[in-house]
Ligand binder design. Structure first.
Ligand SMILES: [Zn+2]
Ligand SMILES: [Zn+2]
Ligand SMILES: [Zn+2]
Length: 318
């Protein structure tokens, strides 16, 4: 069986697993669609190879053949791993949503290593994500017709699942519509809300009518876990502001988010001088009593209204 046939079969089996009304098959569904998508990535590398499937080899080296010519040959038995697939896609300008692909892997990993109820919902999200990456791989990268190669039953099931998941996601998000968020940062991070215990995006507000941020209690529709806002925002901020934080640290600047001195979550928004999860605020006019420079959340809380330097000097004089 060819690599491509293998990929298609794996996706079809995964979709069959999901369609069975059997909770014992949901992990198998996620494993199969994930494996199928990965095989499609390899198929792209195979087709990019100049005839000898060399891009599927983990390592290749220049070799001299009988006639004394130099050629590049694959060495060893290992086939290309995920990190190298990513590098080769970049080298050959193959556009691909790696973030979404990695999300499927993360769900799979979580399902394999934890035990919780509601795994069908988790599988639904993984398969909905897989649908997006499979479509991108087939249509854009491989120039194949998904309906033709996967068959109408499989393709339509993927479409329906994606719609169903999207509808559930929108219903969950809607429960947060009434909340008057204290920070712009929280509003920006809303699309990145995930459950801290199972990583599902199906996070809803327990009381949809509530508008007070401090009273928000979140409930995961996938695993049933109830969570405070803090841990959810910490994870969401990491996703939303992770890139900016990385650049800021590289350039020697301030990261956009730091630890809140009051609730200890990674939810203190430096630009807005307040915590996005609790009611901790640093007054905008808070300055060091000695030198007048602006105070960080930590200075304000722990140094009694002095900047880090003058707090140190004061402590030494005591
Ligand atoms: Zn959950
Ligand atoms: Zn806080
Ligand atoms: Zn000072």
């Amino acid at each position: 069986m060819s690599l491509f046939d293998n990929a298609i079969e794996s996706i079809q089996i995964g979709v069959e697993d999901l369609l069975r009304n059997d909770d014992r098959r949901v992990l198998s569904a996620v494993r199969n669609v994930h494996a199928g998508a990965l095989l499609l990535c390899k198929e792209k590398l195979r087709r990019l190879s100049p005839g000898d499937e060399i891009l599927l080899a983990q390592r290749f080296e220049p070799q001299r053949n009988d006639k004394g010519d130099v050629s590049i040959e694959g060495v060893g038995r290992n086939t290309v791993g995920l990190e190298d697939i990513k590098k080769r896609f970049k080298t050959f300008d193959v556009a691909f949503d790696w973030k979404r692909f990695d999300g499927i892997a993360e769900i799979r990993h979580h399902m394999e290593h934890s035990y919780f109820k509601g795994t069908r919902e988790r599988a639904r999200q993984a398969v909905a994500d897989a649908f997006m990456v499979i479509r991108q791989l087939l249509v854009e990268a491989l120039k194949e017709d998904p309906l033709k190669v996967l068959g109408p039953e499989c393709w339509n099931a993927l479409l329906e699942n994606a719609d169903l998941f999207e509808a559930e996601l929108q219903a969950c998000r809607k429960t947060l519509d009434n909340v008057a968020w204290e920070t712009d940062a929280a509003v920006r991070a809303l699309p990145d809300f995930i459950c801290p215990s199972c990583r599902s995006s199906l996070v809803r507000q327990r009381e949809p009518g509530n508008s007070a941020q401090l009273d928000v209690v979140l409930l995961c529709a996938a695993c049933g876990t109830e969570t405070e806002l803090g841990p959810v925002l910490t994870l969401a901020f990491d996703e939303t502001f992770g890139g900016e934080a990385h650049i800021a640290i590289k350039d020697g600047g301030d990261p956009p988010i730091s630890t809140c001195p009051e609730c200890s979550e990674e939810t203190y928004v430096i630009e807005e001088s307040r915590c996005a999860a609790c009611d901790f605020v640093v007054p905008t006019d808070a300055t060091c009593a000695i030198c007048g420079s602006g105070l960080s959340a930590e200075d304000y809380c722990e140094h009694d209204g002095l900047c880090g330097y003058h707090a140190y000097v004061a402590a030494k004089d005591d």
